[in-house]
Design a protein around this ligand. Structure first.
Ligand code: NAD
Length: 494
């Protein structure tokens, strides 16, 4: 019998009564490794009610105690980084190093959450009027919820609940049904770190369970990371229900390559940034825009990308793993076919790649297109596979024009030796995270993850100071204390 993934409600791992189960598969073999239940309406209600009750005492827990919980949690996550990574490898197929990185980037957010006392400082001004002071406090909202995607099953849940809980909120997390086991292990460690019961709840399922969170009056804020269509739905439905929402969505990230860049650095950067993690990264570089004579390097880039191969996580030579599901693979393959049909030049075609001994894996080999134009489907759609599309323009202005016309704005980078070109690019580009000779510029957690345009709906972003603003309210107090010895004057009618 396959294991059923448990729910984490009111401080206990519980077996769901749901009859609706979704298989969790090893994407390298299709072996069913667990069944994830879609939490029943009662179980959803219990999770939210327990989080609501826990909020009453958690919000009164001193900020220094909340910080210490995060310190203990970070230590446990570090101790168990390898075993969490092993779960990621089995349910998502990432390489071991990549899976460890997934956990590590989450740990960095927990370390940041341990700084919560200084992050929650308000503002003060003395003598705003004679003998009157104004000061502000930051207070938690209540029960917050998180809905996360499959591609970073450790990092993205850890973007959310540690910051929310450190701020004094309680949290209901609905991880991806495609790789739900990673979060259960993380929740177990959070409890072991001393999290009081009810502070974190983990419910499993899909749209139906998300809809409960979106409509429930006791959920005050929703954090979402996932695809564009779902992100728009979450943002519209959540705000329609008068909730605070931050929704991080899909992306199409461009790297601009100037002819004065260091060729070898460009080639090395493009290999990892385009096909690493099987292209299943919201910050992957999926479009390389070569300016002028830099276009001569395209064949060399394709040759370097052609040297990497997908494989199973137990193979130390595998550069990346499978796509998450047969459907995801079929979608990537159909987009590759569409690219050829619409006239792009396929310099490297990974459609037929197989991995010895794993005939049923969701493999897609590295793929590179040139002569891509902005009207092609492979340019317009997020492929979310190991596919690099390349295009050529004749000036930096033209490259900036292409990037700024994209509806997405998650990340971008420029490779150049010119400070002037880099400065112009960082200033004029309408994208929220910019790398200069850095292909994937994901900010560390003392900054925030600041996607723009169609890659983000909301205003306050994930982690850093913006997360504290998202998960809190500001209370501003204006105070006067009378001197008992001075006689009160008459009423002030002004
Ligand atoms: P997805 O949108 O299919 O699923 C995300 C979450 O939403 C899951 O928990 C899922 O159960 C839930 N969901 C799915 N359909 C739903 C519906 N109709 N109504 C309500 N909830 C629904 O995304 P995915 O395939 O798991 O993840 C890949 C996507 O996530 C890519 O588009 C990628 O770019 C994006 N992503 C974005 C960022 C970012 O920071 N911008 C980071 C990581 C991933």
């Amino acid at each position: 019998m396959t294991t059923q993934v448990q729910l984490f409600i009111d401080g206990e791992f519980v077996h769901s009564k749901s009859e609706k189960l979704i298989p969790v598969t090893n994407p390298a073999t299709q072996e069913v490794i667990a069944q994830v239940p879609c939490a029943t309406a009662d179980e959803m209600a219990q999770a939210i009610a327990s989080a609501k009750l826990a909020f009453q005492s958690w919000k009164e827990t001193p900020v220094s105690e909340r910080a210490r919980l995060m310190m203990r949690f970070a230590v446990l996550l570090k101790e168990h980084q390898a075993d969490i990574a092993d779960i990621i490898c089995r349910e998502l197929g990432k390489t071991v190093e990549d899976a460890k990185g997934d956990v590590w980037r989450g740990i960095e957010v927990v370390e940041q959450a341990a700084n919560i006392p200084s992050l929650m400082m308000g503002e003060t001004v003395e003598n705003v009027a004679r003998s009157i002071d104004t000061y502000s406090y930051i207070q938690p909202l209540g029960v917050c919820a998180g809905i996360t995607p499959f591609n970073f099953p450790a990092m993205i849940p850890l973007w959310m609940f540690p910051m929310a809980i450190a701020c004094g909120n309680t949290f209901v997390l609905k991880p991806s049904e495609q790789d739900p086991m990673t979060v259960n292990r993380i929740a177990e460690l959070f409890a072991e770190a001393g999290a009081p019961k009810g502070v974190l709840q983990v419910v499993h399922g899909g749209k139906e369970q998300v809809d409960v969170l979106l409509h429930h009056p006791d959920i005050k804020a929703i954090s979402f990371v996932g695809s564009v269509n779902v992100g728009q739905y979450i943002y519209k439905t959540g705000t329609d229900n008068l909730k605070r929402v931050q929704a991080f969505a899909g992306a199409k990230n461009h790297m601009v390559i100037m002819p004065d860049a260091n060729k070898q650095q460009v080639v090395n950067a493009l290999v990892g940034a385009s096909v690493g993690a099987a292209g299943q990264r919201c910050m992957a570089i999926s479009v390389a825009v070569f300016v002028g004579s830099a276009a001569e390097w395209i064949p060399e880039v394709a040759a370097a990308i052609g040297k990497v191969r997908p494989g199973v996580y137990t193979d130390p030579n595998a550069a990346y793993g499978p796509q998450i599901s047969p459907q995801a693979r079929a979608r990537v393959l159909s987009l590759i076919a569409k690219g050829k049909e619409e006239g792009a030049t396929c310099l490297l075609d990974g459609s037929g790649v197989v991995v010895d001994g794993y005939p049923n894996g969701n493999w897609v080999g590295p793929t590179v297109f040139s002569n891509v134009t902005t009207d092609m489907t492979i340019y317009k759609e997020e492929i979310f596979g190991p596919v690099l599309t390349t295009m050529t323009v004749d000036s930096l202005d033209a490259a900036i024009g292409v990037v700024n016309a994209s509806p997405y704005g998650n990340g971008t980078s420029i490779f150049t030796a010119s400070g002037h070109a880099a400065r112009k690019y960082q200033h004029e580009i309408e994208v929220g995270q910019v790398g200069i000779n850095i292909p994937i510029p994901v900010p560390l957690p003392f900054f925030s993850f600041t996607g723009w345009k169609g890659s983000f709906y909301g205003d306050q972003h994930a982690y850093g100071k913006q997360a504290v603003r998202f998960y809190t309210e500001t209370k501003t107090i204006t105070a006067r204390w009378f001197d008992d010895e001075v006689q009160a004057s008459g009423p002030n009618m002004s």
